[in-house]
Structure formats: C-alpha cells, structure tokens
Design a protein around this ligand. Structure first.
Ligand SMILES: NC(=O)NCCC[C@H](N)C(=O)O
Length: 258
C-alpha cells in the first residue's frame, strides 16, 4: 500500500525571527501562526493524510517550513543543504524522521546548496529552480541522485521569488500554474496556466481533485473550482509574512511503499 504520510514540523518559538528576502518584514503573531499551523495540519488529516511530526527545532526560526529540508523521489530522501546558513541546523531532525519512515537517505554536499522549495515534481519530471538558495552544484547533485532512479531533471531559472515553488506548482493533470509576473520562463513548461494571484500559484495536491490553497488567493480558487477542481482553503497569513506558502509546510510522502 502506498503511504499517505505528511511530514510537518511545529513552529519554533523564535518564528518571528525567520528570514525575509523578497518582501518587507511585517510583525508576526507567533500565537496566531501556531493556530494557523494546527489548522493546516488538521486540513491534511481531514483529507486522508496521516501527519508525522518531525521533532521540533526550537532554535531554528524557519523550521516550520519543513519542505525546504528534504526532497523525496521514490523511496529516496535527499537531505537538502539549505542555501541560507541559518537554516542548516534544520536537517538533522528531518534526516532522523525520514530514516525512521524507511526511506533510503542521500545528501547534498558542500559546495552544493539546495532548498526543497526549489523542487517541483510533475510525474517523473523533476523541475529544479536555480535561484537564490539552490546553486549549480546543488542542481548537479540532484541529477546524480535522482536520474538513476528514472527522474528527468529540468533546471529552471528563478530570480523574482524565493523558491521555484513560490512561483509555480502543478495541478493533478500536470498543468503548471503560476502568477505570470513572477515566473522567469513560463515557456519552459509544456502546459502553463496563469493565475491571478501570487499565492494562487501554490497548491498542495490532497488527492481526488482536492487542492489545499491559501485563503489569500480567492480569485484563483474560483478559477480552479470553475475548472473542476476542489479548493480547500486555509488561512496562513502569519506564515506568509515570512514568505511561507501552503506547499512549504509539509512534505507529502506519496510514493513510499511501507
Ligand atoms: N518552500 C518555501 O517556500 N519556503 C519558505 C521559506 C521561508 C523562510 N522564511 C526562508 O526564507 O527560508
């Protein structure tokens, strides 16, 4: 049976000190952020996902954005080497969690840097954003790790947002969606659908046509509902103040057979 597990990580009490790169810093209400994170986790569970909490990393302000620390393809978990030094302490706990779940573990090594938020999987195609956090050595190491497993790795420039998946994600049918002003090269994707809001570009595939999306993208939710999808909205406003998206708050383990 394929597993339906999702890794999540409780926000650090130091969350408000998290990094901000492409937007102005705004005051984060940590109590509200924790409530929003709990509602996000509940939405995953209500839609058939078993949530698995990685041990908290209270000294790492950005640790709630667990997606950035690992990329899973088939049964292999590639432990990232975050482009921001302040996030490197996040990976040890995640390595332990994926090993406990039965993944084979591999690593990005110095001088490579790679953030999980720069990876978008569409079937066996693995898009990787070469931007502020993922460097050329990281892209090369990703190829070496996943191409032997059947992945086709496609590198994509990212210059306008933090991560590739801040700019684009994909619908269940493989159509890539993005807010065009923030996508460097939409023509790189075989099917591209522009969406009207920045956070509308972020969808988590829950299964059965359901899409977990941020409440800050109501027009996109309407557009996608009109195309026969089923948006499930969650308010993550406090996490958005730190450039977080619905995608970066979990790692779905879809292909792990256990
Ligand atoms: N995958 C993601 O979009 N991650 C968001 C990370 C936000 C965090 N404040 C950072 O700058 O690393």
């Amino acid at each position: 049976m394929p597993s339906q597990k999702a890794l999540i990580r409780r926000p650090s009490p130091r969350l408000a000190e998290g990094l901000v790169t492409h937007i102005e810093r705004a005051k984060v209400d940590v109590g509200l952020a924790v409530e929003q994170w709990e509602a996000y986790a509940e939405a995953l569970r209500a839609n058939g996902w078993e949530t698995v909490e990685v041990d908290p990393a209270d000294d790492c302000p950005d640790s709630v954005f667990v997606e950035d620390t690992v990329v899973v393809f088939r049964n292999v978990a590639l432990i990232a080497r975050p482009g921001a030094e302040s996030r490197r302490g996040e990976t040890a706990g995640v390595e332990e969690a994926v090993a406990r779940l039965g993944c084979s573990v591999n690593w990005i090594w110095e001088p490579g840097t790679l953030d999980g938020g720069d990876i978008l999987k569409v079937g066996d195609t693995v898009y990787v954003g070469r931007g502020g956090r993922t460097n050329a050595a990281g892209v090369q190491q990703l190829r070496e790790a996943f191409e032997p497993l059947g992945a086709r790795v496609v590198a994509v420039p990212v210059s306008k947002v933090l991560h590739l998946k801040s700019a684009v994600t994909a619908l269940p049918d493989g159509t890539v969606i993005g807010h065009e002003p923030l996508v460097d090269t939409p023509s790189l994707f075989p099917r591209f659908l522009p969406v009207p809001e920045e956070s509308g570009a972020h969808v988590v595939l829950l299964g059965g046509g359901r899409l977990l999306m941020a409440a800050s993208a109501p027009k996109t939710a309407e557009l996608l509902a009109d195309l026969g999808h089923e948006p499930v909205l969650v308010d993550i406003s406090e996490l958005e103040k730190l450039e977080g998206c619905v995608t970066c708050l979990s790692v779905r383990l879809r292909e792990l057979y256990i």
